[in-house]
Design a protein around this ligand. Structure first.
Ligand code: ADP
Ligand code: MG
Length: 146
């Protein structure tokens, strides 16, 4: 599914819809350059899970942030991670679980260690405030019925 976003608020709304649809145990891999809007979209996902979206930030040196929603949300930013041994040291495998929704920014920094089975979201900068958002792995009919 390919969507056009014209503002940060629209991207957050897309995230909100995604968040409403996610179930425990789902991983979301989020691809896009710096400033594409990944964290903005995570803010919407958080809101979809009942978490105040202002609480989602991207602090420079925090790799894993956990929110006590139901299901709980793990927001993981692998920007500073380089390969699988580095990934191991983050403790990621101790926190990911079947009771959590796990959203990962920069999944490509993890080597091949992340599971294949995931919702994949790609955000691409177009111009100014416009972005394309491509989503794979969610049911399109459910999306339209939400
Ligand atoms: P990332 O996590 O991918 O580095 P952020 O979500 O932190 O990106 O930042 C995206 C930046 O781009 C924010 O400053 C936001 O206000 C701006 N922006 C402009 N238009 C959009 C849009 N349509 N969607 C998302 N962010 C946008
Ligand atoms: Mg970010």
């Amino acid at each position: 599914m390919k969507l056009l976003s014209r503002s940060p608020a629209e991207t957050e709304t897309v995230g909100w819809r995604v968040g409403r649809m996610l179930t425990a145990g789902t991983m979301v891999k989020m691809y896009g350059d710096l400033g594409a809007g990944k964290t903005t979209l995570v803010r919407g996902i958080a809101r979809g899970l009942g978490i105040p979206s202002e609480s989602v930030v991207s602090p420079s040196f925090t790799i894993i942030t956990e929110y006590e929603s139901s299901p709980r949300l793990l927001h993981i930013d692998l920007y500073r991670i380089n390969g699988s041994s580095d990934l191991e040291s983050t403790g990621i495998w101790d926190v990911i679980g079947s009771d959590a929704v796990t959203v990962i920014e920069w999944p490509e920094h993890a080597g091949d260690e992340l599971p294949e089975d995931a919702v994949v979201i790609r955000i691409e900068y177009l111009i100014d405030d416009e972005r394309t958002i491509t989503i794979e792995g969610i049911d399109e009919e459910d999306w339209h019925n939400l």
